[in-house]
Design a protein around this ligand. Structure first.
Ligand SMILES: [Fe+2]
Ligand SMILES: [Fe+2]
Length: 165
């Protein structure tokens, strides 16, 4: 049986410079909203991207959609483990008629996601949630692959300080 008040209990024990478990739940729910956003964006963009030069990336985006779903499930599992309630709300998805713009939206979102997961790994470690930190590192590897695929399709370098292994 799971206790849903675990988070509240341990909040008061957190030191000032450390994130509390309640704050971690809140941050993970933001991550989950971003994963939902990514699922929706990749589902739609993979089908509407037109033009011979985008055929390869379109099929790659389908794979991204499936990976984002597995990330969403993994993050929801961590939120439940911490005694929180996983959100049901996605961050808004931008749309465009332009293939380039769609890919740029995806690239911007991946960069933002990577920035957040790097912070989350640190926060998990601060709370001695090492297994959770490891799970998020695994997700980070996928997000970095997504970022590289999008940057390559756009003929761009991966944003500085935001990509690579
Ligand atoms: Fe993801
Ligand atoms: Fe991603």
């Amino acid at each position: 049986m799971k206790t849903k008040d675990k988070a509240a209990e341990s909040t008061s024990n957190a030191s000032h410079d450390k994130i509390s478990r309640a704050d971690l739940i809140k941050a993970l729910n933001e991550d989950l909203s971003r994963e939902y956003q990514a699922i929706i964006a990749y589902t739609v963009y993979s089908q509407v991207l037109k033009g011979a030069e985008y055929m390869n990336i379109a099929s790659e985006l389908e794979l991204h959609a499936a990976q984002e779903l597995s990330h969403a499930i993994a993050i929801a599992q961590q939120i439940d483990y911490l005694g929180g309630m996983p959100t049901v709300t996605a961050k808004p998805v931008r749309t465009s008629e332009s293939a380039k713009e769609m890919l740029q939206f995806d690239l911007d979102n991946e960069t933002e996601t990577i920035r957040n997961y790097r912070e989350r790994v640190q926060q998990c470690e601060d709370l001695a949630e090492y297994a959770m930190g490891e799970k998020i590192r695994e997700i980070l590897i996928d997000e970095q692959d997504h970022q590289i695929a999008l940057a390559t399709a756009l003929g761009k370098n991966v944003p500085r300080g935001a990509g690579g292994a």
